[in-house]
Design a protein around this ligand. Sequence first.
Ligand code: NDP
Length: 256
Amino acid sequence: MAEDAARPLAGRVALVTGASRGIGRALALALGAAGAVVACAARTTEQVEAVAAAIRAPGGRARAFRLDVTRADDVLGQTGAVAEALGPVDILVNNAGITVMRQTLEVSDAEWDTILATNLTSMFLCARAVAPAMIARGWGRIINIGSMWGKNGVPRYTAYCVSKAGVDALTRCLAVEWARHGIRVNCLAPGYMNTDFPREAMADERTRALILSKVPLRRIGEPEEVAPLAVYLASPASDFLTGQTIYLDGGQTASW
Ligand code: NDP
């Protein structure tokens, strides 16, 4: 497929999970602007509809899909619906994620299971659902949204850290297994980003100051700042890059 520099993803179909807000929304908009036909998926129908409409407004192509990534039947059904409506998925962005801040001894079985199901198992389910068509066409891109906390131990975030460390491992395994099929799998791991996600922690002045003191760039990132790297990872330009976790964190993981 010939690459247009301004629209490197023209002709590609991208599925973004958790596209209703935050980082997923920014990624869906950026992939759409780069020429991809975007399937915007999440549970909150009005929000994914609004994101799809925002991609269509300047002339892009997008459709909203209601998807709960923790449900294997829903993943199969909705990835099938995406393929039927837009064509087979070329680019999968596994972005949906949640967390809960809780002392480890107070984490319930249900909380543990839900965090692992949303942040990690969902990525396996979505990748497994779309990979056969990628393999058949000999081309695919999978971008898993990890976290800098996948490599750190953070008190009160055990389930979250474990899930994101699992995302790193899943990325490497899929990358190695599917390299020969033309599928590239990478993990884009943000640091603190200005979304609903860290809002509770950032609302407390002392916590906010502590967080910023750990970031060499002394600020948190904006969701839009994740987008250019995701477009690169989705495009043919990144053909020699696979199995990597790339930290986009204002230098935090590089710091002492
Ligand atoms: P937000 O809370 O703003 O958005 C989370 C998204 O995930 C929403 O679109 C939500 O949609 C979706 N989601 C949650 N559960 C499900 C589910 N069961 N099925 C489908 N979609 C679901 O978070 P961010 O944008 O900040 O986070 C996005 C990703 O980035 C996550 O994987 C997170 O771990 C990661 N990250 C974020 C950081 C940050 O500081 N913001 C730092 C490092 C990593 P809906 O509720 O409509 O289903």
